[in-house]
Design a protein around this ligand. Structure first.
Ligand code: C2E
Ligand code: MG
Ligand code: MG
Ligand code: MG
Length: 290
């Protein structure tokens, strides 16, 4: 391949996504093998309630463990998968994997909803709600076990069809979050009509809010906007205690970030949750509450 799978800057695929180029032809077949051949791994990252420091839910994030190239991060193959349609296979795999873990964790009395990221093609697939319903049945889990994260841009690609799917999903009691909020181009008129439960403030604002006064104002305004619309607000990209404390003062409901936990293989989650109550973040919050 022309570019190697580094974390930033390059992509393992041709930028053009011309499916006839030899690089992309072989990428397409490798991705197909990855999906069928156990090379995908579901990672999870905790969402923590900021007032309580208690775990509220998890986000599922895909990783590709390539036999020769090692770990490939989603930024390196999700755009290609979206262009070529493989994304629907990945989404289906992730939804199944999330449901499978949810069933396992339920037997250990761990009940945390898992949020799966989905893309435009999933959203305009009128059968997505039925597919998710079938997964709930297969794993015998209830409809609060899985939720979905959708970006503004994926909704705005085809708002009419997206809204029809979202209405169906919301009618099934599936919780919906708007991901990367503030970076897309959805209008407030749309936001008002969307049957969503949660706004996730994009990490670009959170990462800079300590230094940049206008980013901080954007974060506060987004928290207030979300609350005024009756939505929960989540901050992604919390990397230190200063930002965590700031967000608590600002009234943000929950947060995700390296400060609390990096994404981990789903198979590590049970050990993580068993240690969380003795973490300094958790203990300090309990002292502040009392
Ligand atoms: P996202 O859904 O907005 O996920 C948040 C990203 O921020 C994740 O990157 C996560 O690892 C990273 N992150 C979390 N906490 C911090 C932090 O404190 N600091 C910094 N700098 N980053 C943090 P990841 O896992 O590489 O995923 C990137 C994007 O790829 C995701 O953004 C999502 O849009 C997409 N993606 C991941 N998995 C899937 C999937 O299964 N399906 C689809 N359609 N897209 C996926
Ligand atoms: Mg997400
Ligand atoms: Mg996000
Ligand atoms: Mg993002």
């Amino acid at each position: 391949y022309a570019a190697k799978a580094s974390r930033v800057g390059t992509t393992v695929f041709d930028k053009s996504y011309d499916i006839n180029s030899s690089t992309n032809l072989s990428m397409a077949s490798e991705l197909k093998n990855a999906i069928a051949g156990n090379q995908l791994i579901m990672y999870v990252q905790p969402k923590i309630g900021i007032a309580t420091s208690k775990l509220t839910s998890l986000e599922a994030l895909v990783r590709w463990k390539h036999p020769e190239k090692g770990f490939i991060f989603p930024d390196q193959f999700i755009p290609f998968a979206e262009q070529t349609g493989y994304i629907q296979l990945i989404s289906q795999w992730m939804l199944n994997e999330a449901a499978r873990y949810s069933q396992i964790w339920n037997t250990m009395n761990l009940h945390y909803p898992i949020a799966v990221n989905i893309s435009t093609r999933d959203l305009i697939d009128q059968e997505l709600p039925e597919k998710i319903n079938a997964i709930f049945k297969t794993y015998n889990i209830d409809d609060s076990s899985l939720s979905l994260e959708i970006t503004e841009s994926s909704i705005m690609d085809d708002p009419v069809r997206a809204l029809a799917t979202l209405d169906k999903l919301s009618g099934m009691n599936i919780k919906l979050s708007i991901d990367d909020f503030g970076t897309g181009y959805s209008s407030l008129a749309y936001l008002k009509r969307l049957p969503v439960n949660e706004l996730k403030i994009d990490k670009s604002f959170i990462l800079k809010m300590e230094q940049d006064e206008s980013d901080k104002k954007i974060v506060q305004s987004t928290i207030d906007l979300g609350h005024n619309l009756g939505l929960k607000v989540v901050a992604e990209g919390i990397e230190n205690q200063v930002v965590w404390d700031l967000l608590r003062k600002m009234g943000c409901d929950s947060g995700q970030g390296y400060y609390m936990s990096k994404p981990m293989p789903a198979s590590d989650f049970v050990s993580w949750i068993n240690l969380w109550d003795s973490s300094s973040i958790y203990k300090e919050t309990q002292l502040n509450i009392d």
